[in-house]
Design a protein around this ligand. Structure first.
Ligand code: MTE
Ligand code: MO
Length: 507
């Protein structure tokens, strides 16, 4: 019989082959049904919020590769165990393959936008892995007759070379299938990028106020630099020609709009800052872009929102739900269905073809990407995805400020040092920004011009720096006159508070 190590190897290559075939089938049909991605997505949904926060904070955009690697490692361990114990008891082999296949299928089915077909890749992959493992275990069990056979040659034994050749064959099959899956994904990704490139966005009937000439470089965040936060392990690839938006629920007349319908409406363009509730004090999850879109208020008037409806539940292609107060679409702010970002169609990662944007709300409460549905309902009747996980139902942004220059632990030379950064309080606007050195008096910073109260404001301060270690703190006051609180709060459940403070050593 095989030694345990060979059993483990057999289990791992068989599972690798099965998963690769499953990934290939999924890539060609429904990418979200690939077993690794489906299990990863189920893990994201089931992960307690503090751990999810930790992952976003510590790993940033690498949280997704790290998660998929983790899923693959756990699968490899279970497959190795199946191989080891399956050597003696084939029932263990059957049970192992069945459990893993059913786990993948259940994960795929648990996705909010699941389709019954989504169980197929996992079940097929597990069947192939099970049969392959069986074959590998059997194949190595019988030694090739050696001629002339020495009297001591056991008939039942372990033919190492024969086993390794078989395992190598299976591993090669896995590499080929995996390569095929990668190729199919690349072709489909190319097709999505092309359909995006084919989109011709009309000019805005209601153009954006230009960014004032006095604003500093970096006022607008480029699309490639714009932060990305979402739960999607595969970026939804939506064909705008078959996309439609359904507006329904507590409305007088339901409406369905195609992408063409949307583009035929008068478009507005606005410069607006979007930030994430998960942003730590001083964190990077904020950007400012020029957004082109259809104002939501006139659409809501057309469908006729019934009295009592206080929540718009936005649903996305991959099953996210984001609940936005109806009031924030009707109180005069520029809440819109976005089709363009900085003069281009929305990038795939930022919600192509259509996303929502609500000035003054964190993204989790007002900025659903890959939008497919708006349902008018009430907060009492429905908890959106993040609210189910304990986040506040309403997500107004808190006043915040950040020091971008100098970097923490920089070593500037003594003399005048430019301290600079951004401050934001969308919907309220920023009145003042102040700096405190080593906990001393608050001194006003200079504010650079900004186009509206819905964007961040750049500020700068000339600091007469003296040799030695120093701390620098920043504090913003919004236009209602409320200063930022120094009290520290975590991002959960409705946004971080506290002052951004950095330490530098002046040479
Ligand atoms: N479909 C979908 N939309 C989503 C999310 C998501 O996970 N799925 N995340 C939200 C969150 S938490 C934020 S902060 C913003 C981020 O938008 P961006 O990635 O374009 O910067 O998108 C929001 N819209
Ligand atoms: Mo967010």
């Amino acid at each position: 019989m095989l030694r345990p190590l060979s059993g483990a190897l057999a289990g791992i290559v068989a599972a690798g082959f099965g998963v690769a075939v499953a990934e290939l089938l999924a890539a060609a049909t429904r990418p979200e049904a690939g077993p690794l991605v489906a299990v990863g997505a189920a893990v994201i949904d089931a992960t307690p919020t503090p751990i999810k926060e930790f992952a976003v904070r510590e790993l940033g955009t690498n949280d997704k590769p790290a998660l998929l690697t983790g899923v693959a490692v756990v699968l490899a361990l279970l497959a190795a165990a199946t191989g080891i114990f399956g050597r003696r008891h084939r029932l263990v082999l059957i049970a192992g393959a069945a459990v893993l296949g059913l786990a993948g299928a259940a994960a795929a089915l648990s996705r909010p936008a699941a389709h019954p077909f989504d169980v197929v890749p996992s079940l097929l992959g597990a069947t192939i892995a099970g049969l392959t493992l069986w074959w590998l275990l059997n194949r190595s069990g019988r030694a090739r007759p050696v001629t002339p056979a020495p009297a001591t040659q056991p008939v039942e034994g372990f033919d190492r070379r024969r086993f390794l050749a078989a395992a190598a064959l299976v591993a090669a099959g896995a590499v080929v299938a995996e390569g095929g899956a990668t190729g199919v994904k690349r072709v489909r990704g190319g097709a999505a990028a092309r359909s995006r490139a084919d989109v011709r966005l009309p000019a805005a009937a209601d153009p954006a106020k230009p960014v004032p000439a006095g604003a500093g470089p970096g006022f607008l965040t480029g699309n490639a630099d714009f932060y990305r936060v979402d739960t999607a392990l595969t970026v939804p690839r939506i064909d705008p020609d078959s996309w439609s938006l359904r507006i329904h629920g507590m409305v007088g007349n339901e409406m369905r709009l195609s992408f063409e319908d949307l583009l035929r409406r008068p478009l507005m363009e606005r410069v607006i800052s979007l930030n994430c509730v998960s942003n730590e004090v001083g964190g990077p999850y904020i950007g400012t872009a020029k957004w082109l879109g259809v104002p939501l208020a006139p659409l809501l008037k057309e469908v006729g929102v019934q009295s009592g409806a206080d929540q718009i539940v936005a649903r996305s292609a991959e099953g996210m739900t984001i609940g936005t107060p109806v009031a924030t679409a009707l109180d005069g702010r520029d809440t819109m269905l976005v089709v363009g970002m900085n003069g281009e169609p929305l990038p795939l990662e930022h919600g192509f073809p259509v996303r929502m944007l609500t000035p003054g709300l964190y993204g989790y409460a007002g900025a659903c990407k890959w939008l497919t549905e708006l349902e008018l309902t009430t907060f009492a009747k429905f908890d959106a995805y993040w609210v189910e996980r304990g986040w506040s139902a309403d997500g107004p942004v808190k006043t915040a400020s950040r020091i971008d220059k100098p970097r923490p632990f920089a070593r500037p030379a003594a003399g005048p040092v430019t301290v600079a950064g951004v401050a934001w309080a969308q919907r309220r606007g920023i009145k003042t920004v102040e700096i405190s050195v080593d906990g001393g008096d608050w001194k006003p910073a200079e504010l650079l011009p900004a186009p509206s109260i819905d964007t961040w404001v750049q500020w700068r301060f000339t600091w007469p720096a003296t040799a030695g270690p120093h701390s620098l703190s920043v504090r913003a006051t919004d236009r209602t006159g409320a200063p930022q609180t120094a009290a520290r709060a975590t991002p959960f459940p409705n946004g971080a508070t506290g002052l951004h403070t950095i330490t530098v050593t002046v040479a």
